[in-house]
Ligand binder design. Structure first.
Ligand code: URA
Length: 210
């Protein structure tokens, strides 16, 4: 698995405001979108394109367009939804699928409770959005789910990650084609599995506690 940790002063600046407990919800939402657009720029560095010829008002020239099948963006419900607009801003022609993951209270294993994806994911570049790579359990399960549906090229984008989460993702990915893009790599987890220093509960800060 390839791991990319962002290193850009604008990302660090926006992350600092996002982390601040005093940042109000509307600003938090906006910042998640803005950060996502910046991370999407890095995450799509190897998006597949085909060469094309076009005519400008002055001359013929060559360029590229996104290859078919178009990239598939998969936000993990619920907090990943907050990242969707930021990604679609950069890749407006991408298709969007949805995956809902929840931890089974008995087995403590992450399971899928909702899914809206194309039948086969073979040959598609999949971009999975999940803001917080904490223990890594749900993102690793999501990636397993997508591979089982035929995916062969997955980029996971998280705003914050932990060394524990990266390690679990590395195990889950094995020798499969997975790239992980992080806005920052934090210190670790507290006893409640919150990222430290983190930003708190991303879903709650985006959408409230309902
Ligand atoms: N999920 C969150 O929203 N925040 C954390 O710190 C860990 C998991």
């Amino acid at each position: 698995m390839r791991v990319f940790v962002a290193d850009h002063p604008l990302i660090t600046h926006k992350l600092t405001v996002l982390r601040d407990v005093k940042t109000p919800q509307p600003t938090f939402r906006l910042l998640v979108e803005e950060l996502m657009t910046l991370l999407a720029y890095e995450a799509t560095r190897e998006v597949r394109v085909d060469p094309i010829e076009i005519q400008t008002p002055v001359a013929k020239t060559t360029g590229v367009r996104l290859s078919e099948p178009l990239p598939l963006i998969v936000p993990i419900l619920r907090a990943g939804l907050g990242m969707l607009e930021g990604m679609v801003t950069l890749v407006p022609t991408a298709e969007v699928g949805f995956l809902g993951m929840v931890r089974d209270e008995e087995t403590l294993e992450p399971t899928t409770y909702a899914e809206r994806l194309p039948e086969s994911l073979a040959g598609r570049q999949c971009f999975v959005l999940d803001p917080m790579l904490a223990t890594g359990g749900s993102l690793a399960a999501a990636i397993d789910f997508l591979f089982a549906r035929g995916a062969d090229d997955i980029t996971a984008i998280c705003i914050l990650g932990t060394p524990e989460g990266v390690e679990l993702m590395q195990k889950a990915a094995g020798d499969r084609n997975v790239t992980l893009v992080l806005g920052a790599l934090d210190e670790g987890l507290d006893e409640n599995a919150y990222i430290v220093p983190g930003l708190g509960d991303a879903g709650d800060r985006l959408y409230g506690t309902a």
